[in-house]
Design a protein around this ligand. Sequence first.
Ligand SMILES: [Zn+2]
Ligand SMILES: [Zn+2]
Ligand SMILES: [Zn+2]
Length: 370
Amino acid sequence: MKKLVLLMSVAAVMLMLAGCGSCKHDWVEATCSEPKHCSKCGKTEGFALQHKWKEASCTEPKTCELCGVTEGNPKGHVWKERTMTEPKTCTECGATEGEKITCTEVCVQDIIEMHLGSINKLNCFEDTMGVGFVDSGEIIFYDYDKKKVATVDIVPEGETYRYDFEFISPPLLGQDIALLTILYGPGKDTTIRFYDQFGKELNHVVVDTGLPEGQRIYARNCAAERYVRFNKRGVTDGFNAILVIDTVTMTVVDNGTGYEDVGKYSKDEYSACYVQPTIKDKYALVIGKDGSYKGYVDQYYNKVAIYKDASCFNYYGFALVSEDGKSYDLVNDNLEVVGEDVLKGSDVFWIGGAVFGLEQNGKQHYYCIK
Ligand SMILES: [Zn+2]
Ligand SMILES: [Zn+2]
Ligand SMILES: [Zn+2]
């Protein structure tokens, strides 16, 4: 019995020795999670590797270069707003988005000259400009190649109704209303029609203004999001709208509904104050009482930036400003200069849409900046 036990022990030891020596190891290289090991017998050598982290970038999270495992989120781009020389650019990785700002002269002046003397109102929109004529009851929309896009006749043929119209710039947000016409009569009814920048009628509403025969109305506060307010013509001040139309539902709503855009500004210090319709509640353009300056104030009429001359902000959030009234820089709606000495001239103004006008060599020139 003793001999048998001894024999078995020897066999066991021999077996162990044979097992150890006989595996032809098939080594798998170490990874971040496992040390170098044999795929057959599991024998290991050394330790698992450490992750080799590559820091997160704008678009990639923190990533191990060895095994590809990630941690956290990408950092996201740090955008610098576009300028006249660079598109919107990430300051971290240099990625770009969109185009740089362009400034191109548009031929508004040619159209004015085509109709010299008879133009009543003119307004630029994104793709067209609208020209209203005195006494013809007609409004023509042109594209920027001077091609006629549409003619809007306000007064029915053979009728002699009185009418008014207003261009709305920028178009009422979300609803593309670029023009409204007011046709008085017959009787007490007043018909107000709304058109887009291509002269297409979008909607109309028939109202009784409650005013005596002969009394006219005008639209003010057209830059509101959805409400158009009407005052009695001849009443240039005050905010007592006699009619408010909700252009979403095309219904007359109670006075006082909606968005009052002026009035909270001090009238004492400035000769005029234009609230900026495209950058709501951010700045208003003011003109000093003696006309010696123009600039921007916040909603509490604190001065934010004052220049010799400045324009309203256009539909794309750009304005032209000048320190000397001769050379104009372009600013974005954070009042960062995004173009230096963009235009030379004087008496800049915003004509609607993307377009600014200014006087150059005794003549008006118009520029589309977007
Ligand atoms: Zn092995
Ligand atoms: Zn790793
Ligand atoms: Zn980036």
